[in-house]
Write a protein that binds this ligand. Structure first.
Ligand SMILES: O=C(O)C(=O)Cc1ccccc1
Length: 317
């Protein structure tokens, strides 16, 4: 009997990006085929077009915030869903070809998220240099190695892989930055609930309705569904039109989160479900679940429902 074909993973490349590092923490990706792509849109389109089964792309950084291109591409085109998140620490180095000294650097290639996180260092050490946006940390490293730019901000593994000398390490303004990556597939049944899941959504509100965003938040709040991230992105239609990206605690299979989704369907112009998946957990994290605030646990909701049933039955004792 022929074996199951290996899963085809694509990731924001070239080789030795943080995204590749994050992908390699996923056991299934270690067993599968891993192909670097030049950009986030190319990675997601490979999945949409069936050339790959899953794409790992950066979504947000604890210092630089959202990776806009990923959010935009998730709501543009055929539906995709997140099946997993990976969070890893990131640190940056300044890499150059051998023999280039700091005082000779006029151009620095960097992913915009990377230059944002190293803004203070650049200001202090290379105030006159031109920083050029490129598609990833490894694209920056390759461009410096090939002499297109004088230096690159890149991952330590990128400097090693492309044989750059490290003129300065740990150049980020915050030493404890982390980046969150998401594994994206074509739509299918979500991973089983684990009891500690995240559900991601994009909602489009009716802009001419007073309180439209409040109505969205209310659908979550009244059901005790915790909102862990809200981000707005322009829809591209006209100034003032936004899509809101929401992350909520819980799984689409959970009763209250499911009801909140139905509520959003009623009050929003459009809701795009972007997946339910296990929350990333650090190895050092305790297994003990964080207790729900008073009045918002499943037991509280079940109690309230039972009380209502008794009232309806005339049981006021
Ligand atoms: O994966 C990479 O190396 C990227 O270029 C994306 C990125 C940029 C900045 C921090 C983490 C990931």
């Amino acid at each position: 009997m022929p074996g199951v074909p290996p899963t085809r993973f694509v990731f924001l490349g070239p080789e030795a990006t943080f995204t590749e590092q994050a992908l390699r923490t996923i056991p299934a990706a270690e067993r599968g085929i891993r192909t670097p792509m030049r950009s986030v849109p190319e990675a997601l389109d490979a999945v949409r077009g069936g050339d790959a089964d899953a794409a790992l792309v950066p979504l947000e950084n604890s210092i630089g915030g959202a990776v806009g291109v990923t959010l935009d591409e998730m709501i543009d085109g055929a539906p995709l869903v997140i099946t997993r998140e990976v969070v890893i620490p990131v640190e940056f180095v300044l890499g150059t070809r051998a023999g280039v000294s700091l005082d000779r650097i006029q151009t620095v290639a960097a992913h915009p998220q990377a230059s944002t996180q190293c803004r203070g260092w650049l200001q202090a050490h290379l105030p006159a240099a031109t920083v050029v946006d490129v598609l990833s940390n490894s694209t920056a490293a390759i461009a410096a190695a090939e002499g297109e730019y004088d230096a690159a901000i890149c991952a330590p593994i990128g400097a090693t892989r492309y044989k750059l000398s490290v003129l300065a390490d740990k150049i980020a303004d915050h030493s404890d930055a982390v980046t969150r990556f998401v594994l994206v597939t074509r739509p299918g049944p979500p991973p089983e609930p684990t009891g500690d899941d995240v559900t991601s959504l994009a909602v489009f509100i009716s802009h001419d309705r007073v309180g439209a965003l409040l109505a969205v938040l209310m659908e979550l709040a009244v059901r005790g569904v915790n909102l862990t991230r809200i981000e707005s992105r322009p829809t591209g239609e006209q100034l003032g039109r936004y899509a809101f990206f929401l992350d909520c605690s819980g799984h689409v299979a959970d009763g209250r989160l499911g009801e909140a989704l139905q509520g959003l369907r009623r009050v929003c112009a459009e809701v795009r479900f972007l997946g339910s998946y296990p929350r990333h957990r650090w190895a050092t994290e305790s297994d003990r679940p964080v207790p729900a605030p008073a009045g918002l646990s499943d037991v509280d909701y079940a109690d309230a429902a039972a009380w209502l049933a008794r009232l309806r039955a005339g049981d006021l004792a």
